[in-house]
Design a protein around this ligand. Structure first.
Ligand code: BGC
Length: 444
C-alpha cells in the first residue's frame, strides 16, 4: 500500500500539471488575440478565422425551411417554421446516428447517407415535393467558404476521416447525393458551421447575441466581426458586419502537459486541434484514462490493472456520472470498475472521481478564458451586454461545467462579468440552419 503522503504528493503534482491559474488564462487570452489578428489578416495562425458570409438575422424572417444538422455523432433533419418576431417552431425532426463505418468511409457514401436521411424525412411531407423548400445545412467541420452556399472542407476533425472530401466543395457533394436520391425540389440555400447556426438561432430572437459556442464532441466558437477587419474578403463594406467562424479548437498556445501529448499522439489527427483535445467531450475521457494509467503505474492505486484501461473503455459520459455520484460508497465508480474486472476500495474510487474533477475543471477554465478572449476582442472595456449562445452535450450535461465557466469569467472580469450572459441554445445548430436558409432566401 502506498503511504498517504505519497498519494497526497502525487495528487498535488497532478493538480499542478492541470492548473489553469488566472495568470495562465490571461496569457492565453493575449496569445488568442494575436492569433485572431493574424488569422483575420490572412497570415499564418492556429485560428482559421473563416468568414461565414452571413450576418445576424433580423426578427422578421418567416416561412418553413428544412434544417440539416451534421454534428460529431448524429445527423438531424428538422422542419422549422419561422413565425417572425424572433419565434421559431420545430414542426418535426428526426435524428440518425452516423455509423462509424460511414464517417470513416468514402465521402460519397457519407453524403449519400445524409441525402437518404433527408429523403426518408421529406417522404413524410408530400407538400415538400411540390413546393421548392429551401434547405440550410449545418456542417460542423472547418470549411473555407467563398459564399453562403459554397465552401471547401479544410480538414476533418472529431474522428471523422471520410476519404476524398478535404479540399472539395461540400455543397457540391451534398447536391450530388440529393440528385441521386431524386430530391430535385430541395435547394441548398445556406451552409453554416454549427457555432454559426447556434448563434443565428439565438440572434433571431435576441438582438445582443454576438457569439455562438459549442462544447460537445468537439469545440468551437464564432462571433460578429466588422467586415473591414476581415482581410480575405474580396468585397467588404465599411459599415457592415459578418460572422466569423474562429475554429478555436485548433488554438495551440495553452501549454500542453504530458497527458495532452499522449492524447494527441493517439488521435487520428495528431498535431492539430490542441485546444479541442483539452476541452471537448471526445477527448476528456482519453486524458483521464492516461492519468489513471499513469497513477496505476506509480503504484498509487488499483494494483497493476493498467491493461484494463484500454482506449474506449471510459467515456466522458462515465466521467459525468462519476462526478454526479454523491452516494457515500461512490456506487457509479464502483460499478464501472467492477465491469472492468477490478475490485476497488472507497479510497480508490475517490481518487478516480478526483481525477475526473481535475480534468473537467481545467477544461471549463480554459473554455471560460476562450469566451472571455472573444468578448474582449469585440468590446475591450466590457461596456456592452453580450449574449453568448451556447450548445453541446458537455455544456448541457456535464456537472459543474457551465458553473465553472461562469466562475472563471467572474474571476477574470469581476463585476463586469455580468455583461457576459451565457444563454442555452438547445437545438440551436439545427434551427440555425433553417434561419440561415431564410436569410439566404431574403437576400435573393
Ligand atoms: C470543428 C468545428 C465545430 C466544432 C464543434 C470542431 O471539431 O472543427 O467546425 O464547430 O467541432 O462541433
Amino acid at each position: 500500500m502506498p503511504t498517504d503522503k505519497y498519494v497526497d504528493n502525487t495528487l498535488k503534482e497532478l493538480r499542478k500539471s492541470f492548473a489553469a491559474t488566472s495568470a495562465d488564462l490571461w496569457m492565453m487570452i493575449s496569445c488568442f488575440h494575436d492569433e485572431m489578428r493574424h488569422g483575420l489578416s490572412g497570415e499564418s495562425s492556429s485560428l482559421k478565422m473563416l468568414p461565414a458570409y452571413i450576418d445576424c438575422p433580423g426578427r422578421q424572417e418567416k416561412g418553413t425551411y428544412l434544417g440539416i444538422d451534421m454534428g460529431g455523432t448524429n445527423l438531424r433533419v428538422l422542419l422549422v417554421r419561422l413565425q417572425g418576431d424572433g419565434k421559431t417552431v420545430i414542426e418535426d425532426s428526426k435524428q440518425y446516428k452516423i455509423p462509424r463505418k460511414v464517417a470513416m468511409g468514402e465521402g460519397k457514401d457519407l453524403f449519400d447517407f445524409v441525402a437518404k436521411a433527408i429523403c426518408e424525412f421529406v417522404g413524410e411531407y408530400p407538400i415538400t415535393h411540390q413546393n421548392k423548400i429551401p434547405l440550410g445545412f449545418t456542417f460542423s467541420f472547418p470549411v473555407k467558404q467563398t459564399a453562403l452556399n459554397r465552401g471547401t472542407l479544410v480538414e476533418w476533425t472529431k474522428g471523422f476521416a471520410a476519404g476524398d472530401v478535404v479540399g472539395r466543395d461540400v455543397v457540391e457533394f451534398l447536391n450530388g447525393s440529393l440528385q441521386r436520391c431524386s430530391l430535385k425540389n430541395l435547394r441548398l440555400a445556406a451552409l453554416t458551421n454549427d457555432t454559426v447556426g447556434t448563434m443565428l438561432a439565438k440572434a433571431y430572437g435576441s438582438s445582443d447575441c454576438d457569439m455562438g459556442v459549442i462544447f460537445g464532441t468537439g469545440t468551437n466558437a464564432c462571433y460578429r466581426e466588422q467586415e473591414k477587419r476581415i482581410a480575405r474578403l474580396m468585397h467588404s463594406d465599411a459599415g457592415k458586419r459578418m460572422i466569423v467562424n474562429i475554429e478555436w479548437g485548433n488554438f495551440k498556445h495553452f501549454p500542453a502537459n504530458k497527458y495532452d501529448r499522449k492524447v494527441d499522439k493517439g488521435s487520428n489527427n495528431p498535431g492539430v486541434q490542441q485546444l479541442e483535445k483539452m476541452i471537448s467531450g471526445l477527448y476528456l475521457c482519453e486524458i483521464t484514462r492516461h492519468v489513471v494509467r499513469d497513477l496505476i503505474g506509480k503504484g498509487i492505486f488499483l494494483n497493476d490493472h493498467v491493461a484494463k484501461f484500454r482506449k474506449g473503455k471510459l467515456s466522458t459520459e462515465d466521467m459525468a456520472a462519476f462526478e454526479r455520484d454523491r452516494s457515500p460508497e461512490l456506487k457509479k465508480v464502483g460499478i464501472f470498475l467492477t465491469e472492468q474486472g477490478i475490485e476497488s476500495s472507497l479510497e480508490e474510487r475517490k481518487i478516480i472521481k478526483q481525477i475526473c474533477r481535475i480534468v473537467s475543471r481545467r477544461a471549463a477554465r480554459i473554455s471560460g478564458a476562450a469566451i472571455s478572449a472573444v468578448i474582449i476582442w469585440m468590446d475591450p472595456e466590457l461596456r456592452q451586454d453580450h449574449t453568448v449562445a451556447v450548445d453541446g452535450t458537455l455544456y448541457a450535461k456535464y456537472p459543474q461545467f457551465r458553473q465553472n465557466i461562469i466562475k472563471t469569467l467572474q474571476q477574470l472580469h469581476g463585476a463586469k462579468s455580468n455583461r457576459i450572459k451565457l444563454s442555452d441554445a438547445r437545438d440551436g445548430s439545427g434551427v440555425g440552419a433553417a434561419v440561415a436558409a431564410a436569410v439566404a432566401v431574403e437576400a435573393n
